[in-house]
Design a protein. Structure first.
Length: 304
């Protein structure tokens, strides 16, 4: 149960203003209320505190020792609160216009749409535009300004791109032709990849990232066959379905890309694909910062 604060904000504001002016009339003018309202507020505060804070005569108003001590303690804290509120208002005013967010694959698009709804509820002056990216052009479209931030996969080795905290992860699965012997297996391990030819990502994909998620050899050092190159995920699945090779993807693929000629089998010891938002290190605008915060809040709410 939440208990009511002992002292209300308006009482603190009235007290600090009267402590500066030492005059009920001028205090009322600054606060845009009546003198009687100021007097009633201060009396109520004194009752809450349990002692007199001002000595009042027909000629003057002065702080008591307790009132003076209270002013010295309250003023810095109140000023910090006021500044924080001003900062929040300023940030809110800056989060407007259009924010362009890129993603890879249908699962990423759905996730970003959910984040976008949360974001726009907070910042109705800012429109979120979700754009699908291809494996070969994500970083370049971020660099040339076509998107402001994008859903990235760990690890990210681009020196000019900053990546935020992990938002969610997906376990790995191997996409194989429906008629392949592996399609009958309940699960696989990385060592099994020596028995298949792997469809290759486009050369534009960072080498370190590709090697981490699509290794060229098994953990024991056996070579993994290298198959044809594909530029998009749809091309990859078409090649897999035609029996031209296999491809390491994630557990979301069967939900969004189910095909009669492709089967998806869990690879139990493969590192998961972890997703986060990335942006140009020089491009952390208030809009991007606010969107990253909204995504983090949504992730936290799901784990609580």
């Amino acid at each position: 149960m939440i208990t009511k604060a002992i002292v209300e904000r308006y009482e603190i504001e009235a007290f600090l203003t009267l402590a500066e002016e030492l005059h009920f009339g001028r205090t009322a003018e600054r606060l845009r209320v009546s003198t009687a309202h100021v007097s009633k507020t201060i009396k109520g505060l004194e009752r809450r505190v349990g002692t007199v804070l001002f000595e009042r005569t027909s000629r003057k108003v002065v702080l008591t020792p307790v009132g003076s001590a209270l002013r010295e303690e309250l003023r810095p804290a109140f000023d910090r609160i006021q500044q924080s509120i001003r900062n929040a208002k300023r940030a809110g005013l800056e989060v407007r216009g259009t924010l362009r967010v890129g993603y890879f694959g249908s699962a990423g698009g759905r996730y970003l749409l959910e984040v976008g709804e949360r974001f726009q509820a907070r910042y109705p002056e800012c429109t979120v535009r979700i754009t699908e990216l291809q494996l070969s052009d994500g970083a370049s479209r971020l660099r040339n300004g076509e998107v402001d931030t994008m859903l990235c996969c760990y690890p990210m080795f681009e020196p000019d791109i900053t990546v935020g905290p992990v938002l969610y992860g997906e376990a790995k699965m191997l996409a194989v032709a429906a008629g392949h012997p592996f399609a009958e297996r309940a699960s696989l391990c990385l060592e099994d990849l020596a028995e298949v030819t792997m469809i290759q990502n486009p050369p534009a994909l960072p080498i370190d990232f590709d090697e981490y998620h699509h290794p060229k050899q098994t953990p024991s050092g056996r070579p993994i066959g290298q198959g044809p190159v594909a530029a998009t995920f749809q091309e990859i699945l078409a090649l897999v379905g035609a029996g031209k090779g296999a491809y390491l993807t994630t557990e979301q693929a069967p939900l969004y890309y189910l095909r009669p000629d492709v089967s998806f089998v869990p690879v139990l010891d493969a590192p998961p694909l972890q997703f986060s938002l990335g942006w140009l290190t020089t491009g952390l605008t208030p809009r991007v910062h606010a969107f990253v915060q909204a995504a983090g809040d949504m992730t936290n709410s799901r784990t609580e």
